[in-house]
Design a binder for this molecule. Structure first.
Ligand SMILES: [Zn+2]
Length: 472
C-alpha cells in the first residue's frame, strides 16, 4: 500500500507541474515538486516511474447509476421516462447472479473511464432484497471500487408515477409496506455499511413520484441515526413536475424541503424541471445536483439548467445513470456532454463550463455531495489516494496541447493507465487487476441473448393514458 509515483504531471491552478506523489497506508502523504528533496519518500514501498508522459487526477464519481440496467442497454425504444420505465420493469433481472455480473461490469467501465467511486441506485429483486444488496456489495468489493450502494425503494405502485389529469384513477397498493421497506434498509445498514472499508449504504427513495412522505421521513430518521447520505431522483420529467403539483399543491423541491429531506449530504439525480425558487432552496440547503446529461437526452427529459445551478452556488457533479437510458457507463462521455451541452442554452460564454471546472465537478463535486470533501475529491496531502493516471501518449490525447482540455473535450479511448482506490492499485497498464475481465465478458455473453423483437405488456397498458395526460 506504500508507494511513490515519480515524475508525474499534475494540474496547478492554471497550468501543470511535474511532481512525485507519495502514498502511505492509503493516504497521500507528500506531493514533491521537481528538484525538491524527496526526503523519506523513497525509503519505503514500490515506485511507479513515469516519463513525464502521464497525468494524475483525483478519481471521478459516477454519482448516479443503476447497475442492473446494463442487461437492457441498447434495447428499449425511444420512449420518455414513464414508458421507458414500464418496459424496463417488465424485463428487469430476477436472478442475483445477473446483478453480480452487471455490478462488476458497471465498476469496470467506471474505472476505465476515470471513476473511482460509484453510486449505485440499486434496483432490488422482490423477495430477495437483502440478497440483491449483498451481491452488489460483493461485486464492488471484488473489483475494489469505492461503492455507495443506494437500494432503490418506493412504496407506491408504478402507475401512481404518472399524473392523473382529469381522469379518476386508483392504484394498486405496493407489494411491500412502508415499515417493512424501512426495516429492510436498516438491516442493510447493519450488515453492509462499512465506510472504512469503502462500502457505504445510502437511503434512496426513488423520488416523489412513487414515494409517500412516510417513506421520506423514515429515510431522514435512518440517515440521522446512522449518519447516512441521502439520494433520490428529482424532477427528471415534465410529467413529474405536473405530478408534484397534483400531489402536493407546490413544487417537489418545496415539498422535500418541508419534510426535511434536503441537506448537505443529499444528492439529487437529474433536476431538470426546477423553478428559480427551487434552485435557491437547493443552494440554501447545500444539496447536490447529479447531472446525467446522456440519460436526459436519451429519454427526452430536457436539459437541466446546470449553468443556473452553478451561478446560484449549487454543487453539481456527474452521473452516467443506468446503462439502459444512456446506454453506456463511460464517465468521460457524460462529463463531456454534461459540460458542453449548456453552451447552447446561454449566449454568455463566460458562464460556460471549462474543462478544468468539469474535472473539479466530477471529483470534488462528487465528494462534497457524499459529505466526503475532507477525505476525497482532490490530490491533496492528507486525503485518501483515490487517483487515476492517464496515458498522454494515447493517440486520442495527442498531440501535446492541454491534457485536461483533451480529456474533457476530445474523445478519449483507452487512456486510463492506472487506478488506485484507497491507495490500492486496481488498474495497471490499462487492465483491471482485481478481477478477470475476459471471464466477465464471456459470462455477460452467456447470460444474455439478442432481444431486439421483445414487446412490453405494461407499455401497451399505459401508453394511451400517458399520451392523453401529456396532451399528445
Ligand atoms: Zn436514475
Amino acid at each position: 500500500m506504500n508507494f511513490i509515483i515519480k515524475n508525474v504531471l499534475i494540474a496547478t491552478d492554471d497550468d501543470y507541474t511535474t511532481v512525485d506523489v507519495q502514498v502511505v497506508d492509503g493516504i497521500i502523504t507528500a506531493i514533491i515538486k521537481d528538484g525538491q528533496d524527496a526526503g523519506s519518500a523513497n525509503q519505503d514501498g514500490r515506485s511507479h516511474t513515469t516519463n513525464g508522459d502521464k497525468l494524475l487526477l483525483p478519481g471521478f464519481f459516477n454519482a448516479h447509476t443503476h447497475s442492473s440496467e446494463m442487461w437492457q442497454r441498447g434495447v428499449i425504444p425511444p420512449f420518455p421516462l414513464e414508458l421507458w420505465l414500464a418496459e424496463l420493469y417488465d424485463f428487469t433481472p430476477l436472478d442475483p447472479e445477473q446483478v453480480y455480473l452487471t455490478a462488476l461490469g458497471t465498476a469496470v467501465e467506471t474505472l476505465l473511464s476515470g471513476g473511482t467511486s460509484v453510486v449505485d441506485h440499486l434496483v432490488l429483486i422482490p423477495g430477495k432484497e437483502l440478497e440483491t444488496i449483498a451481491t452488489a456489495v460483493r461485486a464492488y468489493r471484488e473489483v475494489g471500487i469505492r461503492a455507495f450502494v443506494a437500494p432503490l425503494i418506493q412504496d407506491e405502485s408504478l402507475t401512481a408515477g404518472i399524473p392523473s389529469g382529469d381522469a379518476k384513477r386508483t392504484h394498486e397498493a405496493y407489494f411491500r409496506s412502508t415499515a417493512a421497506t424501512l426495516e429492510l434498509i436498516e438491516e442493510a445498514v447493519r450488515q453492509f455499511h462499512r465506510p472504512d472499508e469503502g462500502v457505504n449504504i445510502l437511503v434512496a427513495p426513488t423520488g416523489i413520484q412513487l414515494c409517500s412522505d412516510a417513506l421520506f421521513e423514515g429515510c431522514n430518521e435512518l440517515s440521522n441515526r446512522y449518519n447516512l447520505c441521502r439520494h433520490s431522483h428529482l424532477l427528471e420529467t415534465k410529467a413529474q413536475e405536473k405530478l408534484a403539483l397534483e400531489k402536493y399543491g407546490c413544487t417537489a423541491v418545496e415539498h422535500l424541503q418541508r419534510i426535511g429531506y434536503l441537506s448537505d449530504r443529499t444528492t439529487l439525480a437529474h433536476c431538470v424541471w426546477l423553478t428559480q425558487d427551487d434552485i435557491t432552496i437547493l443552494a440554501e440547503t447545500k444539496s447536490t445536483v447529479v447531472h446525467n446529461p446522456l440519460s436526459n437526452l436519451r429519454l427526452g427529459s430536457g436539459i437541466a439548467p446546470i449553468l443556473k445551478y452553478r451561478q446560484a452556488g449549487v454543487n453539481v457533479t456527474f452521473g452516467c445513470d443506468g446503462a439502459s437510458s444512456n446506454d453506456s457507463q463511460d464517465l468521460l462521455e457524460a462529463i463531456k456532454i454534461g459540460s458542453i451541452l449548456h453552451n447552447a442554452t446561454d449566449l454568455d460564454y463566460q458562464h460556460w463550463i471549462t474543462p478544468r471546472q468539469a474535472v473539479e465537478m466530477a471529483s470534488l463535486g462528487g465528494a462534497k455531495g457524499l459529505n466526503l470533501a475532507e477525505q476525497l475529491g482532490s490530490l491533496t496531502v492528507g486525503k485518501k489516494a483515490d487517483m487515476v493516471l492517464y496515458d498522454l501518449t494515447s493517440l486520442s490525447l495527442l498531440p501535446r496541447t492541454d491534457p485536461i482540455g483533451l480529456l474533457v473535450l476530445g474523445r478519449p479511448t483507452n487512456v486510463v493507465d492506472s487506478v488506485w482506490v484507497n491507495g490500492k492499485q486496481v488498474v495497471a497498464s490499462g487492465k483491471v487487476t482485481t478481477i478477470n475481465v475476459d471471464e466477465l465478458r464471456q459470462e455477460l455473453f452467456n447470460h444474455s441473448q439478442w432481444t431486439a423483437q421483445r414487446k412490453s405488456p405494461t407499455v401497451a397498458q399505459i401508453e394511451a393514458h400517458y399520451r392523453m395526460v401529456m396532451g399528445l
